[in-house]
Design a protein. Sequence first.
Length: 293
Amino acid sequence: MHFSVKEDIIQLTEKWDGERFPDGRPRVSDEDLEEIRHLTLEEVWQPMFIKGYLNQFEEKLKRLHEDKTKLVGRAVTCSFMPARPDLEETVKKIGASEGRKGTCNQWVIDTLVEGDVVVADMYDKIYEGTFVGGNLSTAIKNRTKTGGAVVWGGIRDLEQIEGIEGLQVYYRGVDPTPIKDFVMTSFNSMTKIGGAVCLPGDVVFGYGGGVIFIPSHMVKEVIEFAKKMHVKDIFGFEMIKLGVYTTADIDIDVWPTEMMNRLVAFIKEDERGEQYRNLDWSKEFAAAEAEEK
């Protein structure tokens, strides 16, 4: 048994074909993270749902800041269970052999780099299940810069944490007790936050009352899907205003070839379409032609 094993992480995330961190996690680019930050929850969710990723969203969480601060970053995952003396002894020996210091939650935070988000399954333990307090939250902010944490469990030192500018944490509850009687079962492996599944390197997207985990290999697809939704909305609103199409014409899954041709022309000729001119619409045209046969 070992923690955060590079070969295991690569095997778990074999669909990712891009750059990786030294620990094996997919390294979704900073540019793609910034693109994701400008999307809505629904835009992120829809293309994953279409592809059968049905267990990526969890809403039964509280959040540190109730403003519009989004949480976006690459997942560093960990899972825990109630302590058992022999298991705890074994885990500590393994951690020592790997050069890890402190408690298991500190092991995780000590590995964070810029753009990371801790995703911790504390099995909904709140009393003596406070994964982070003031010190560790400060460490998360300093290491990740723009990141934060998702904790299926508790946090403490709420007033101190609220004062850490730019930090966002999703959690189940607050308790003044320090963390106790827990043991790590996995680190940078598959983990579960309520009903949602997260793998190391997934892109965490938190907004409002919920968090969604985007598989690393789907990030480009999610971004492209959202851009197409954006420009189709711009075009659709304009066509409805001009009386060219009705809402019934627009609100269908597959647009006919004639409408797609109008859309492409709009993108090419209207200044509002400038940022969307590199999009590939071949799949949409193929779907339209299939419908029309």
